[in-house]
Design a protein around this ligand. Structure first.
Ligand code: A2H
Length: 255
């Protein structure tokens, strides 16, 4: 990894009612709960189609000093406690422990996306030692996200295993949001096909796909939706982030 801390935009993917059973006490207290996803690509939030959670991983819910409840790994919550997210420096305070599988199928509202409701779905390759363990899914521009979405779409047994209903997956297709010369407006789909990726576990091919998408996307990508339609990604990436910070639908997180 590089030198110095990595800055992420933390996207608040807000739980809709009814909250998952393990978090129902927060609903009774009328507290807003967000699954918080760390992203390096705030300009892609127009293309969110779901949230990724790892079923077998441990998460916690804790309360911030603004009385918001955040769901993420304990490791990242502790980092947040050292970044003035909580009342006492370095202390998370009371928290609720849960497993990823407790969150699967939860209905969410997320900023910028054209979908009013998206769902928490399983991704098996989420790392426990990076970000928050919550990943927002943009299958148009992230090969990892597209591969995991295709896996769920083509494997009914996988959906069944995790209790995912068809309506949480079937209507969600990659949304064209960024046009990249030579790759088109669904770069991740183009790369997935080009490298003949079979599943979310195709590590090496997915790396090639990511390498192809990212550099070209950043330097040559043009947004084709939203307030910055027609602008180059590199010119408006920061504006997209700032807009969500202003709306308080996102915050900044370092690690
Ligand atoms: B990115 P870096 Cl459109 N495990 O957001 C696996 N992946 C994780 C993660 C974890 N614990 N935490 C975050 N990520 C993903 C958008 C996106 C992202 C696009 C394209 C590329 C891309 C939508 N998903 O990432 O290793 C998150 O997905 C390319 C690597 O810390 C986050 O940004 O550099 C990125 O990986 C952070 O990865």
């Amino acid at each position: 990894e590089g030198v110095g801390p990595q800055e992420y935009t933390l996207i608040k993917m807000k739980l809709q009612s009814p909250y998952p059973q393990k978090l129902s006490k927060y609903e009774k207290q009328k507290l807003e709960v967000s699954l918080v996803a760390a992203t390096l690509r705030p300009e892609t939030m127009y293309g969110q189609t779901n949230c990724w959670i790892r079923p077998d991983m441990d998460y916690i819910a804790f309360t911030t000093k603004d009385k918001e409840v955040f769901v993420c790994t304990k490791r990242s919550a502790l980092n947040m406690a050292y970044q003035e997210f909580t009342n006492k420096n370095g202390e998370i305070g009371d928290f609720t422990e849960l497993k990823g599988e407790d969150l699967l199928g939860a209905a969410l509202s997320s900023p910028m996306t054209s979908h009013d409701t998206i769902y928490a779905l399983p991704m098996l390759t989420i790392k426990s030692d990076k970000g928050t363990g919550v990943v927002t899914s943009v299958p148009s521009d992230s090969p990892d996200d597209y591969a995991a979405l295709v896996d769920l779409k083509k494997k009914p047994a996988l959906r069944e295993k995790y209790g995912i209903k068809d309506h949480m997956v079937v209507p969600f297709e990659p949304i064209p949001i960024i046009d990249i010369p030579e790759l088109g407006d669904l770069a991740a789909v183009y790369a997935y096909d080009k490298f003949k990726i079979q599943s979310q576990n195709d590590k090496d091919k997915l790396q090639e796909a990511k390498d192809l998408c990212y550099l070209k996307g950043f330097y040559d990508g043009v947004l084709i939706v939203g307030d910055y339609k027609g602008s180059k990604v590199q010119d408006v990436k920061n504006k997209c982030k700032q807009d969500m910070l202003k709306q308080k639908t996102a915050t900044v997180y370092y690690e």
